[in-house]
Ligand binder design. Structure first.
Ligand code: HMG
Ligand code: MG
Length: 301
């Protein structure tokens, strides 16, 4: 076990992962306000939206409008998801300088999510990656279903490692390992990260836990002990992939910040402002927050 890292970068995925699965239509101005509020909290990486097919994810059909509406701040990055070159063109036209491609460790899930095999999706990314290199655009690569698949069940570790190696070789500077349906437990999360880190240096790896089974914080702690320094989370615990049956929200950013700061790790995030932001978002979505920390702190006010 490594000694724990001193500081952690949080990748806030609420505006994208958090809102892509909402039933109600959320106005672009609410999405823009959410991103502004998250930046006010001190978050420095805020995944803003997705330039995917609006037929596949109508919730984010307003990607260009949302991206244009954000007041881009120095020191804050606003990555966006792109599944193919068409998405890349749209993202670039909107002014994005950080993008994220996404594939999976499970064939069955990838087919449902982006209508392609893993190999096909990686081949699709190749020309996009070349253009990104020329354009000076930073690319994150997501791997879904690293600890289990809603369609295939178990996902062999070797499959996760193979996809991570290929994304790294393609030029992804960061690879986010996604437990899309939140089935992982700490020992498995640790073993998965350890195996991937043998192939791709740890500083390029992020972890992305959904909290479906309440294991996300425990999994994050196990991964911190392995040396990971980049953690994905979503304010108010929103999130879920429309093509992952049974997936619920991401681990709540409030809960992650509370845990990290409580352990003496710097996040640069102001917890009170974040709690307010999460409660405001829950109000906009018409439901209670999924963040235990937000509920506890709100009850004390
Ligand atoms: P397809 O139907 O196979 O695509 O979908 P196609 O190339 O045959 O195109 C079909 C139509 O879509 C065409 O329009 C294209 O122009 C259009 P038509 O000629 O019929 O009018 N199209 C696009 N339009 C706008 N933007 C684009 C785009 N691409 C094609 N980029 C495709 C393939 C990949 C497009 C589709 O499957 C798709 O968009 N999927 C996205 C699914 C998605 O966003 N899932 C959620 C994100 S992943 C996730 O949440 C997991 C993660 O959080 C990590 C974790 O938790 O594991 C990241
Ligand atoms: Mg996700």
């Amino acid at each position: 076990m490594n000694s724990l890292v001193q500081s952690v970068r949080i990748v806030e995925v609420g505006p994208r992962d958090g809102l892509q699965n909402e039933k109600a239509v959320i106005p672009a101005k609410v999405k823009i306000e959410l991103i502004e509020r998250l930046a006010d909290c001190g978050l420095q990486t805020i995944e803003a939206t997705s330039f995917v097919s609006p037929r596949w994810v109508p919730q984010l059909a307003d990607a260009a409008e949302v991206f244009a509406g954000i007041r881009k701040r120095d020191g804050v990055r606003y990555p966006v998801l792109v599944p193919n070159e068409k998405g890349y063109d749209r993202a670039r036209a909107a002014g994005a300088v950080d993008v994220a491609v996404f594939t999976a460790a499970s064939e069955a899930f990838n087919r449902k999510n982006i209508n392609a095999s893993i190999d096909e999706s990686l081949a699709r990314f190749e020309p996009l990656m070349q253009r990104a290199r020329t354009d000076g655009v930073r690319v994150r690569g997501y791997i879904s279903t690293v600890l289990g698949c809603p369609y295939q069940g178990e996902v062999p570790l070797d499959d996760v490692v193979r996809v991570a190696e290929r994304l790294h070789a393609l030029g992804c500077d960061e690879i986010s390992l996604g437990d899309t349906i939140g089935v992982g437990t700490p020992a498995k999360a640790r073993a998965m990260l350890r195996a991937v880190a043998r192939a791709v240096p740890m500083q390029h790896l992020a972890v992305h836990f959904h909290d479906t089974y309440g294991q996300a914080l425990a999994n994050i702690l196990a991964c911190l002990e392995e040396g990971v320094t980049i953690i994905d989370s979503a304010v108010s615990g929103t999130g879920g992939c429309p093509y992952a049956k049974g997936a619920t929200g991401n681990v709540a950013t409030e809960d992650v910040v509370y845990m990290l700061e409580g352990m003496g790790m710097a996040t640069g995030v102001d917890l009170d402002t974040l709690v307010d932001t999460g409660l405001w978002l829950s109000g906009q979505l018409g439901r209670t927050t999924s963040s235990r920390v937000a509920r506890a702190l709100a009850a004390r006010r």
